[in-house]
Design a protein around this ligand. Structure first.
Ligand SMILES: Cc1cc2nc3c(=O)[nH]c(=O)nc-3n(C[C@H](O)[C@H](O)[C@H](O)COP(=O)(O)OP(=O)(O)OC[C@H]3O[C@@H](n4cnc5c(N)ncnc54)[C@H](O)[C@@H]3O)c2cc1C
Length: 432
C-alpha cells in the first residue's frame, strides 16, 4: 500500500490560516501571559483569549483530536500532525485550540466510561476549555513501576474510600476533577488489581501537601502537586471503566497523549532550528559569519536531518493510525516516545550553543525548551522503560536460531545458495 501524506487543498488553506494565526495572534500570549495557560481565565485574559477560541471554532479547528462521536471533526491523525506541529510553536496554542494535555485524554476517558451525570457535569465544560482536570497516578515512592503503587480504594457499602498519596499530579491545584488510579485488589497483579476513579476536586479529604514546579517556570503556574487522599469518599459509580481495569483504560489515553506530544515537538524543534539559522547567518566573527564555520554548519545540517527524520516518523505513525494498523502504530508510538527528548534536546542544545551566553538566559525561550526535553523524557513514563518495551515489541517479531552459528554465517548461506543454484552450476563448482 502506498504511503500517502497528501491533503486536500482546502485543508492546506486552513493550515495556512493556522500558521498566520499562531504566529500573529497566539505567540504574543506567550510573552503577555507567560505561565498562565492553565490558570482559570480572569477578565483581562478572557477578553483576549475567548475571541481567539471563537476564531478557531469558526474555522472548524476546535478540539481537532476528538472523533466525530465527541463533537470533533474526525480529520484523522495525519492532518492532526500537520496542525499540531504548528501549535507546538506556542505554549498557549493548545489552550486556544482546545487540545491541551492532560484534559484531552481525560475527556476521552470521561466520554467512554463516565456516567451520564458525570458527563453532564464535566464533559462539555472540559471540551469547551472552561474547566481543567488532573490525572493522578504517579506516587512519590515510584513512578515508573506501578507495582510499587500503594494508594488503595476500599469498598464501603455504596461508596469507595480512597487513601494514599500521589506525586506530580499536574494541574491538581486548578482542576475541577481528578482521575485517580488506586489499587482495589492487592492480591492480584497490579495490572489486574488497579482501578480508576473520578474524584471531584472539592471532595473532603483531598489535601495538596506541596506543589513542585519545573525548573525555570513561574511560581504562579499550577505546577505538579503532591496530593494526599485522606479517606476520600466517592460513590460506587465514581469508578471509570471496570473494576481492576484501570491500566487498560489508562493505556488507551496515554498512547494518544504521546503522539500529540510528538506532533507538537516538531513545532518546537522547527522554531529552535529557525533561531539557529538566523543566529548563524547574523553573528559574525573577525573572519566571517558563524554560518561559514564548519562546526556551525554541522550543527545546522545535523539539526535539519534529525528534524526531517523525526517529522517523517511522526507522519508515518499518524498514517498507520489512519489505516487502522493499531499494532504497528503502538510500536511506532514507542519509537516516538524515545525520540522526542533526544531530538528536542539535541536541536535546542545546539541552538543554545550558537547563541552564546544569551542562549542561556531568560531573554530567549531556549532554556525552557531544554527543560521540556528532559520533562518529556519522563512524562507518560521514562524513556528507558519505553526503550525496553520497544525492544520487546521488536524482538516479538523475531525467532532464535537453534543452529550453532548465526543464520547469516557464511557457510550456511553458501549451503542455501547451492541448494538454489547447485543443479545449474554442476558438481565441480567452487566459489571464487
Ligand atoms: C512534566 C511532567 C508532567 C507529569 N505529569 C504527571 C501527571 O499529570 N500525572 C501523573 O500521575 N504523573 C505525571 N508525571 C510523572 C511521570 O509519569 C513520572 O515522572 C514517570 O512515570 C517517572 O516516574 P518517577 O519520576 O518517579 O521516576 P522513577 O520511577 O524514580 O525513575 C527514575 C529513572 O530511573 C530509571 N528507571 C526506572 N525504572 C526503570 C526501568 N524499569 N527500566 C529502566 N530504567 C528505569 C529511568 O532512567 C527513570 O528516568 C509527570 C512528569 C513530568 C516530568
Amino acid at each position: 500500500m502506498a504511503v500517502d501524506f497528501s491533503i486536500e487543498s482546502e485543508f492546506q488553506e486552513r493550515l495556512d490560516w493556522v500558521n498566520r494565526f499562531v504566529r500573529d495572534d497566539v505567540e504574543p500570549l506567550d510573552v503577555l501571559f507567560p505561565g498562565c495557560e492553565y490558570l482559570p481565565l480572569d477578565d483581562t485574559r478572557r477578553a483576549v483569549v475567548d475571541p481567539l477560541k471563537q476564531q478557531v471554532r469558526d474555522h472548524g479547528l476546535w478540539a481537532c483530536h476528538l472523533g466525530p462521536e465527541l463533537g470533533g471533526q474526525g480529520y484523522g491523525a495525519v492532518k492532526l500532525t500537520l496542525l499540531n506541529e504548528i501549535l507546538g510553536r506556542s505554549g498557549w496554542s493548545p489552550i486556544v485550540f482546545g487540545t491541551q494535555a492532560p484534559d484531552t485524554g481525560n475527556a476521552e476517558i470521561l466520554a467512554r466510561f463516565g456516567t451520564d451525570d458525570q458527563k453532564a457535569r464535566y464533559l462539555q465544560p472540559l471540551l469547551d476549555g472552561e474547566i481543567f482536570s488532573c490525572f493522578s497516578m504517579t506516587e512519590p515512592q515510584g513512578g515508573s513501576d506501578p507495582a510499587l503503587f500503594t494508594t488503595r480504594a476500599l469498598r464501603d457499602g455504596d461508596e469507595w474510600v480512597i487513601e494514599g498519596t500521589k506525586y506530580f499530579s499536574s494541574n491538581a491545584t486548578v482542576a475541577t476533577f481528578l482521575i485517580v488510579m488506586a489499587v482495589t485488589d492487592p492480591d492480584v497483579a497490579v495490572h489486574r488489581g488497579t482501578s480508576m476513579f473520578l474524584v471531584p476536586a472539592d471532595t473532603p479529604g483531598i489535601e495538596i501537601d506541596a506543589v513542585h514546579h519545573l525548573y525555570g517556570s513561574a511560581g504562579h503556574e499550577p505546577g505538579h502537586a503532591l496530593v494526599r487522599y485522606d479517606r476520600v469518599r466517592v460513590p460506587a459509580d465514581a469508578l471509570l471503566g471496570e473494576e481492576g481495569r484501570g491500566f487498560a483504560v489508562a493505556q488507551s489515553r496515554l498512547s494518544g497523549g504521546r503522539i500529540h506530544h510528538a506532533m507538537r515537538t516538531i513545532g518546537m524543534c522547527q522554531r529552535a532550528l529557525d533561531m539557529l539559522c538566523e543566529r548563524a547567518l547574523s553573528r559574525t566573527t573577525r573572519d566571517g559569519r558563524l554560518a561559514d564555520k564548519q562546526f556551525v554548519q554541522g550543527f545546522v545540517a545535523d539539526s535539519y536531518a534529525q528534524l526531517v527524520q523525526f517529522r517523517l516518523t511522526v507522519l508515518h505513525t499518524a498514517w498507520l493510525i489512519d489505516q487502522g494498523d493499531e499494532r504497528a502504530a503502538i510500536t511506532q508510538i514507542g519509537v516516538l516516545k524515545t525520540l522526542i527528548p533526544k531530538v528536542l534536546h539535541d536541536i535546542v542544545g545546539r541552538t543554545i550553543q550558537v547563541h552564546g551566553a544569551l542562549g542561556t538566559t531568560t531573554e530567549l525561550p531556549l532554556m525552557g525548551w531544554l527543560t521540556a526535553s528532559f520533562a518529556l523524557g519522563l512524562a507518560d513514563g521514562p524513556t528507558e522503560v519505553h526503550r525496553a518495551n520497544l525492544a520487546r515489541h521488536v524482538l516479538a517479531d523475531h525467532e532464535p536460531t537453534d543452529r550453532p552459528w548465526p543464520t547469516e554465517f557464511r557457510e550456511y548461506r553458501q549451503e542455501q545458495a547451492l541448494e538454489r543454484y547447485g543443479d545449474t552450476l554442476g558438481e565441480g563448482f567452487d566459489s571464487p
